[in-house]
Every structure is written in structure tokens, then in C-alpha cells.
Design a protein around this ligand. Sequence first.
Ligand SMILES: C[S@@+](CC[C@H](N)C(=O)[O-])C[C@H]1O[C@@H](n2cnc3c(N)ncnc32)[C@H](O)[C@@H]1O
Length: 311
Amino acid sequence: MNSSPVTASFDNLLQQLREHLVVGEDKPDENPDVTLRCLWALAAGQSLAVSQAAAFVPGRLDPAAQTRLLGLVEQRLQGAPLAHLTGRQDFMGRVLLASPAALVPRRETEQLGYAAVERLRTLGVARPLVVDICTGAGNVALGIACHVPDARVFAADLSPEAVELAGRNATFVGRPDVGFRCGDLLAPFDEPAFHGTVDVLTCNPPYISSARVEGMPLEISGHEPRLAFDGGPFGVKIIRRVTAEAPRFLRPGGWLLMEIGAGQGDGVARSLARDPHYDTVETHQNTAGQIRVIEARRSSDTGSEHATDQQ
Ligand SMILES: C[S@@+](CC[C@H](N)C(=O)[O-])C[C@H]1O[C@@H](n2cnc3c(N)ncnc32)[C@H](O)[C@@H]1O
């Protein structure tokens, strides 16, 4: 790493970013200073996530690297996600690979991952079976696997590109045993080993209404897969399917955990509370007081036939 600081250029570019960079609410860590450190490191040949770039000392760049840096700053100002430029994203204390193949994992989704970790600790089952669907880059599955080392974790996504990235992430974080499959929601697990056996089932589904997807900022709509966001006309199409299909896979006393959109919490909680396949519903609010994670426990005294009927 170069170590002599080039403060003048850094200051000029930082000023440019301070004036023009639009930082989305869903990426609260990407302030102009750390963004510039990420891009500077990248121009110098190092791919760093935001957490790693905070301590990066920008050194002298040769002319070619300076040109690369100016291009990177321009791309970022034009809306290219920082994680797509660096190829790295932080999630649950680990650095993951990121690419346009899958949604860039969001800080807010850590609430789902940590709720699942806490649920697994409370359950206290040895070698618990965990399934994560709509896995995208594999972030929730791998976050759980890293925090609960004895968990047997499987995950799936409809997008083959996402599954490929998730598989590479499994190796990248040192959990190559996490199995990634491709297919529609729980279809990849429709086999006896997963029927009525899953301790914790996690899902961060697409939950934005189709109309709102159209109006999302360019940084999202122009760069991330639409499949990751579009939850149908009211945003709850996939959520409803997951809550209906999950009981067939959860063991009695097993838990479904889902991230949901702001404003969807009360409705989803009410419909889960009415569903006889679940006997307990718990919600988690974010710091703004919005329900963003919902948990429901598979009841012990209902069969799975009704769940199939609802699909
Ligand atoms: C909101 S993203 C979540 C990605 C990742 N789990 C995360 O937390 O960042 C939703 C994911 O669901 C996937 N998806 C959409 N429809 C699906 C379906 N019917 N079956 C499986 N996956 C689906 C998308 O490809 C996308 O990766």
C-alpha cells in the first residue's frame, strides 16, 4: 500500500463528493469520506469494503491510477453502487463479494440475520437445520452460518446468477459447506429431508409494490435486479406465498423469520396470528419504530395439508 498522503487531491475529490454524492437511506455507512477511500484504494489496486476502507491511508497514485480514480468517482456520482465498483460489501461483521448479479446486501437486513442468530441460540438445538430463501448474494445464510458455526445451512434463489455469486461468497467467508440451490421459493427443498424438519427458515423477499419499483432511485433501478424488489401489485405477493408454504418445511416449534417492508408489519402480523399453522408471532422494530422483521412459530397441532391448499 502507498503510504505518503496526497491530501490536496483527496480534499478536492472529497469536496466534490460532499457536494454531489447522493447517499441512500439504505446505505447509511457510505459517507463521502469512506466512499473516496474505497475508490482510492480501488484505483491503487485494492478492493476494500467500507469497514476496511475507514482505516485506509490514501497514498500517492501514478498517472494511470489517478485517471482510474477520476473515472471511479464519476461512475459513483452517476449512480453506480459503491459495492458494484469495489466488488465488496459488509454484512453481519463479514466482508462479502458483491456484483450486479444480486441485490447489494443492506445494513437494515442485518436485523433479520441477527434475529435468526438469536432465535437459534434460544432454541438451543444442536446442529440446527436452517434454510434461507430469496438468498440473493447469500448474505443472510452466510451471516447465520458464521455466527452459529454448528448450523447446517441451505439456501436458494430463483436467479441462477445470484446463486452463483452466493456460492462464491460461501468460499469467500470460509463456509463452503453452505449449500446453495436454484429455484422458486421452497421448491428446491421439496424432498423428505426438509419436510417438517427445518428449525429456522429465513427470507428477505421482494416486498416493494410493482408501482413503487418504477420510481426507485436510479442507483437501485438502473443497477440492481428488478426480481429482488418487485413484490407484485401490493408488495406482499411473495410474503403470502412464503407464509403459506413454510409450515410444510418447518418442524413443530420451528420458526419462520421474514424481513418485511415499512408499513407491512401490522397486516402481515395479523394474518400470521390468524393462521392456525403458527401459534406465536413476534415482531422487531427498527430504530424508527417500524416493524421490519417478523417471526412466527410453527404450531404443533396442525397438519401441513392446509398450507398446501392455500398456495
Ligand atoms: C430483497 S432480495 C434479498 C436478497 C438477500 N437475501 C438479501 O437479504 O440481501 C430478494 C431476492 O429474492 C429473489 N427472488 C425473487 N422471487 C423469487 C422466487 N419466486 N423464488 C426465489 N427467489 C426469488 C431475488 O432474486 C432476490 O435475490
